[in-house]
Design a protein around this ligand. Structure first.
Ligand code: ARG
Length: 261
């Protein structure tokens, strides 16, 4: 995770960002801190990246890389404004001795990649259409040695996979069908017949932008109906308020890069 000390909406690279909306960075830090405390309270270890001035989106740490079984596939940001974030993530992984593979293709890390270790022997889901480009899906497959299933995103409000779909345990997902092309929706129903399906309202409340440890599902507090569905499916929803970070177009998952040893 990376503190939103320097968070601001200085440019608009997704439909949620409006440079005229004021951001309360102190409140952003406070809300982010509660998210960090929730994770620690659930028994997870949180490592921190040092935020850098001039990189206002660095709080969205999920975009910096994608890690599977100890191997790190680095990011190559689509927009110039975020390009420098990739080096900070790379330095973190290299200093900790992870196996790092530098990308050539445009991809935004866990923003567009999800991993299901127990689905079909270990499956990567990958989004394209807005940020990550299709050749990166093939590059990730070669880097990580897991099959990559490409899913096409069609609604600019859901510009990353992680605002439309999340893993809720090692083999199942929750997603909002409307974010995907009709063909990709068919692929998802074929692969995940038991998926939890979210509605537009919960999706627009950033409900899908969640992290789960297989039992506890940390999600945006506005996604109340989704929290109910997850509870009914046997999970334990942990709501967190992240209103300030929504102004940059992100929520819970965007703030967290998962370290998979
Ligand atoms: N403002 C950031 C961008 O548009 C938000 C990134 C959100 N991160 C995510 N993993 N969806 O790039």
């Amino acid at each position: 995770m990376c503190s939103p000390e320097h968070f601001a909406v200085e440019y608009a690279i997704n439909p949620w960002m409006d440079v005229t909306t004021p951001v309360d960075s102190q409140l952003a830090v406070k809300q982010w801190d509660r998210l960090r405390e929730s994770l620690v309270g659930l028994g997870h270890e949180v490592h921190l990246l040092t935020p850098e001035q001039g990189l206002p989106d660095m709080v969205y740490a999920a975009n910096g890389a994608f890690v599977v079984d100890g191997t790190v596939y680095g990011a190559q940001f689509k927009h110039e404004q975020r390009a420098a974030e990739a080096a900070a993530h790379r330095a973190f992984y290299e200093s900790q001795g992870w196996r790092f593979i530098a990308p050539i293709e445009t991809n935004e890390g866990e923003g567009d990649f999800a991993y299901l270790p127990d689905a079909h022997g270990g499956l990567i889901l990958a989004g394209h259409g807005f940020r990550t480009e299709l050749p990166a899906h093939a590059e990730a497959q070669e880097a990580l040695g897991r099959p990559v299933v490409s899913l096409r995103l069609v609604d600019p409000r859901f510009y990353h996979l992680d605002v439309a779909l999340a893993s809720i345990d090692d083999e199942n997902v929750v997603y909002y069908p409307g974010a995907f092309s009709a063909a990709s929706q068919r692929v998802l129903t074929q692969l995940f017949p038991d998926a939890v399906v979210a509605d537009a309202e919960d999706a627009l409340a950033f409900g899908l932008n969640l992290v789960s440890d297989g039992l506890n599902v940390v999600l945006n507090s506005e996604a109340t109906r989704l929290a109910g569905k997850l509870k009914a499916a046997g999970y334990h929803p942990v709501p967190v308020e992240l209103a300030e970070l929504k102004k940059g177009g992100g929520s819970v998952k965007c703030c967290i890069a998962e370290l998979r040893h």
